[in-house]
Design a protein around this ligand. Structure first.
Ligand code: G3P
Length: 221
């Protein structure tokens, strides 16, 4: 499973990218609004930092505007993936942009039928927002499972990008289901590696090794 970070914060991105396991980045207008500076310049900087798919979202809501914005975003850097909301106008724009060879990440997907239409319109990625479904007491992971099951029957060139992940168990479940990608905030990413038994075990190894060194030093005297 590919791991993406869901952030527009360059410090977070640089820190995580240094581990060598970050495959891409997803941003959205809300995430870019948290940062200081020109959003386009930030997007380009992200593309220079992580060599993988970097989603930048359109804010137009009519197909023509989405297409214009999508073309512009795609022209900023070869890594840019155009993120388009899963609405009627978004489908029209996705058909055109994907026909031009631009990669589209269809976002704000909350049902299997939306995912199916996104894939049929040529989206390269489909982003079910599972945490936001959990928020309204609808099981978000079930949506991911449904989409994977549906896509398994066909030859869509469309990856399932599990989004709106809120904790490591979401990541585990997405991986168990075979989601192609999981995108997560840096706070969730940081928790993936941590285990108290690893820290305790390492401390014990090092303490024991100090004892060996002390014994050798005592013998040498
Ligand atoms: O990638 C989707 C993400 O930005 C939404 O996450 O936590 O706001 O539902 P959240």
């Amino acid at each position: 499973m590919k791991i993406f970070l869901d952030t527009a914060n360059l410090d977070e991105i640089r820190e995580a990218a240094a581990l060598g396991v970050v495959d891409g980045i997803t941003t959205n207008p809300s995430l870019l609004a948290k940062e200081t500076g020109d959003p386009e310049a930030i997007l380009v900087e992200i593309c220079e930092t992580v060599d993988g798919p970097i989603s930048g979202e359109v804010v137009a809501t009519e197909a023509d505007g989405m297409i214009k914005e999508g073309r512009h975003l795609a022209s900023l850097h070869e890594n840019v993936v155009v993120k388009i909301p899963c609405i009627t106008e978004g489908l029209k724009a996705t058909k055109i942009l994907s026909g031009e060879g631009k990669r589209v990440n269809m976002t704000l997907v909350f049902s299997p039928t939306q995912a199916l239409l996104a894939a049929k319109s040529g989206a390269r990625y489909v982003s079910p927002f599972l945490g936001r479904l959990d928020d309204i007491a609808a099981p978000g992971m079930d949506l991911v499972a449904d989409i994977i099951q549906i896509f398994d029957h066909y030859d869509f060139d469309c990856e399932v990008l599990a989004a709106s992940l809120r904790h490591p168990l979401h990541v585990v479940e997405a991986a168990r289901m075979g989601a192609d990608i999981a995108t997560m905030p840096k706070s969730v990413f940081d928790k993936l590696l941590k285990h108290p038994l690893t820290d305790i075990g390492l401390k014990r190894f090092l303490d024991d090794w100090e004892k060996v060194k002390a014994q050798l030093a005592a013998k040498a005297v």
